[in-house]
Design a protein around this ligand. Structure first.
Ligand code: C2E
Ligand code: MG
Ligand code: MG
Length: 716
């Protein structure tokens, strides 16, 4: 029984429930407030103005305790400590965990523009702010009754969920990767492992490891592949073992071969030395094997070598013995064994082949002479063996200090050749060749000398054969040629005639280079006429490879060089060669002069050789002329040129110039007269056709002829 018209419109705390809906003319929420009847309990009211025929007849309302109204809000949990709150349209608290109901929101310590809260809602963005020092996010919206619902939570808690998600993603991915790797490992182990092992095994096979293990026995393709590889490995091993055995074994005798011996001998030498013994290297050479083969055939020769190998193996076993090459064997044994074993070998070999066996030469190199490699030691044993080539009975020969010196000399020459050329230890001496009819120098021969700073004067015999064997002689010969060309130029500078100069060349020159082209190039480059250079080729060189040398001689002659045959008559095939090669001159070997006058036939042979040369249109020189008697004889038989100590020894260019200054020279002939003088020189003053008819048939009658002379008619 309250007449609302008695309520004070200004005391809204008690009268709003009546006046507010009337004032608005529509249903309205009022509160929160404490109605008088409810004591300390907060209420909100929903009030509806009631009209009849357009006139207000009353207000109907419902009071709802705030607690009931706020229940769905207060029970809402956001993350851990976040919450929802509810405010009325004026910003008074309906529910907020930290504020009294009815309290203003302004009581909260917010870093937030309160005007923001006047908006209808927070929109699509969350609102960031700080409350009581804590960073938070909130959003709100206004309900149709004007109340605002606000939801807020600390940023820390909101992010915590993202962090949890990120953690789930990271740890999840890691787990997936680990599982993946585990799977791969498993696949590798079961599927690819055998393949990998097979690959590794095939690599080792390729690297020649034939003991490689191939033990995968799976029934898959890899298993089949492994079986194939196993078969391949076994076959290869078999072949290689066989090959190794063959490589190390001499096929004919079954003894180790040289290659294998080098290894065995090294070990045997060490063993003997360790036992305080004296190792010696033996080199066996069967004497006359070539002739044996020729006489009895190669098969018989092979049988003989096998038997000899057997005899040697009986003495020395097969672990320190080898067939070195052809009919040569080598062994390394204790020196003390030799006294018994070598005679035993000789005896054993003598009885072979039904008594038709061959003698054996043995070279012995004692290890203590000088510690050298096995191959050098064998070489030295061979050297001792070869030193006695002339002997045809079984015998042994020890390598001695003299042989060592010879070997060192060879090495010295070879090792020092380049230095000797560069530093002019090698110099060229010149020996004049004299025209028989006028006694003047018509040619000069270049002969090399090695004047060594430590070893003194070396003559060609000391170094030429060594350089020839080492195929280094071409260096020397081309050097001598350069020296000759220099000298010829100096002749002109000193006002001397330039007569032809002889260059000696060796067989080995043709093997080392195109010596013909080399000579030609140098002579032309020096601007010297080619007919000023004469090339001397020894008879033995011509005989070494006849058709090849013939070609080279013809090449030289076609280019305009003169070619002489040196040392004619020293070999066996001289005359035969003359049928095919036309030399410009024959130089009679010195032995004709060495044996001059020893026998009557010596002179006859010389005379006939000169005659023959004249008939062939070839000039002649005799070298080694030392006496007046020799000079007279040679002149008379028509030898056109003479060379020897009777006239002059080989001398250096400096001495030639000095002789010109001293007036002790022989004097050069005028080269323009050379052809004329050559022609008359060829006349033989012994007219052999007019022999006396002495019945005795003795040789002295040979020269018992009528005298003949030459008359020279000058222009008038
Ligand atoms: P060869 O070409 O037959 O030279 C003649 C040799 O006889 C020279 O000896 C010379 O000194 C010597 N001789 C000359 N007249 C007489 C004499 O009246 N009595 C005696 N007893 N000997 C005389 P050499 O200089 O010792 O040369 C020896 C050989 O060496 C030469 O024989 C030649 O074949 C060769 N030789 C020399 N120098 C060279 C060279 O530079 N290159 C080549 N490839 N061989 C050369
Ligand atoms: Mg010569
Ligand atoms: Mg000669």
């Amino acid at each position: 029984p309250l007449d609302p018209r008695t309520l004070d419109p200004d005391d809204l705390a008690h009268s709003a429930w009546y006046y507010t809906p009337i004032a608005r003319g529509r249903p309205s929420w009022v509160g929160p407030y404490m109605p008088q009847y409810a004591g300390d309990v907060w209420y909100c009211s929903y009030l509806v103005p009631i009209y009849s025929a357009g006139a207000l007849i009353g207000v109907m309302g419902m009071d709802i305790p705030v607690e009931t109204l706020a229940a769905p809000v207060s029970s809402t949990r956001v993350y851990d400590t976040g919450f929802a709150s509810l405010f009325d349209a004026e910003g008074n608290t309906i529910y907020h965990p930290l504020l009294e109901t009815g309290a203003s929101v302004d009581l909260l310590d917010l870093t937030l523009d309160s005007a923001l809260l006047q908006q209808a809602d927070s929109g699509s963005e969350v609102i960031r702010y700080v409350a009581n020092g804590e960073r938070r996010q909130m959003s709100f919206s206004t309900m149709s009754n004007g109340m605002k619902v606000v939801v807020t939570a600390p940023v820390r808690e909101i992010n915590a969920s993202w962090l949890r998600l990120a953690n789930v993603i990271v740890f999840g991915s890691a787990a997936i990767i680990i599982i993946y790797l585990l799977l791969i490992t498993l696949v590798m182990h079961y599927v690819t492992q055998p393949l990998l092992r097979l690959t590794a095994a095939s690599r080792r096979l390729a690297a020649a490891d034939y003991d490689v293990v191939l033990d995968y026995n799976g029934l898959d393709e890899v298993g089949e592949l492994t079986v194939s590889f196993r078969q391949m490995r076994d076959k290869l091993k078999h072949y290689i073992d066989d090959l190794n055995r063959r490589i190390d074994t001499d096929e004919l005798t079954g003894l180790p071969n040289m290659r294998c011996f080098f290894r065995l001998a090294e070990a045997e030498r060490e063993r003997l030395l360790a036992e305080g013994k004296h190792p010696v290297f033996l080199y066996f050479d069967v004497i006359g094997m070539k002739y044996y083969n020729r006489q009895y055939g190669f098969e018989a020769g092979d049988r003989l070598l096998c038997s000899m190998a057997h005899v040697l193996a009986e003495q020395y076993g097969t672990q320190r013995l080898c067939r070195f090459s052809e009919d040569h064997f080598a062994a390394v044994v204790d020196d003390a064994e030799l006294a018994e074993s070598i005679p035993a070998v000789f005896r054993g070999c003598k009885d072979l082949s039904g008594g038709n066996s061959l003698p054996i030469r043995v070279g012995i190199y004692p290890d203590e002479t000088e510690r050298v490699s096995v191959s050098v030691a064998c070489d030295r044993a061979k050297y001792a063996c070869d030193k006695n080539r002339g002997s045809y009975v079984s015998a042994s020969y020890r390598f001695d200090s003299a042989m060592l010196k010879q070997i060192e000399d060879v090495q010295y020459i070879i090792n020092h050749l380049d230095q000797a050329l560069a530093e002019h230890w090698i110099t060229v001496y010149y020996q004049p060749i004299i025209r028989a009819v006028n006694g003047r120098v018509c040619d000069e021969e270049a002969l090399s000398r090695w004047i060594d700073p430590t070893r003194g004067f070396l003559s060609p015999g000391d170094f030429i054969p060594i350089l020839e064997r080492a195929h280094l002689i071409y260096k020397l010969d081309l050097y001598v040629l350069e020296e000759i060309l220099k000298k010829m130029k100096q002749h002109s500078e000193h006002g001397l005639q330039v007569v032809p100069h002889s260059l000696n060349i060796s067989r080995a020159d043709f093997d080392s280079c195109d010596i013909v082209a080399e000579i030609c190039r140098r002579v032309d480059a020096a601007g010297i006429a080619r007919d000023r250079l004469t090339v001397e080729i020894t008879e033995s060189t011509v005989g070494s490879d006849f058709s090849f040398i013939k070609e080279q001689v013809q090449r030289l002659q076609a280019l305009g060089f003169r070619v002489w045959m040196d040392d004619f008559g020293s070999g066996y095939s001289s005359l035969d060669m003359l049928q095919d090669i036309h030399f410009d001159l024959l130089k009679f070997d010195m032995r004709f002069m060495h044996r001059f006058g020893e026998t009557e036939s010596n002179k006859i042979i010389l005379t006939e050789l000169v005659r023959m040369a004249i008939a062939l249109g070839i000039e002649t020189v005799c070298e080694g002329v030392e006496t007046k008697e020799q000079v007279d004889f040679l002149r008379e038989v028509g030898c056109t040129k003479l060379q020897g100590f009777y006239y002059c020894k080989p001398i250096p260019f400096g001495t030639i110039l000095k002789r010109y200054r001293d007036g002790t020279r022989i004097g050069f002939e005028n080269p323009h007269e050379s052809d004329y003088l050559s022609t008359i020189g060829r006349a033989n003053l012994f007219a052999l056709a007019i022999l006396s008819d002495s019945p005795s048939g003795e040789h002295h009658d040979y020269y018992d002829t009528l005298p003949v002379g030459i008359m020279e008619v000058s222009a008038d």
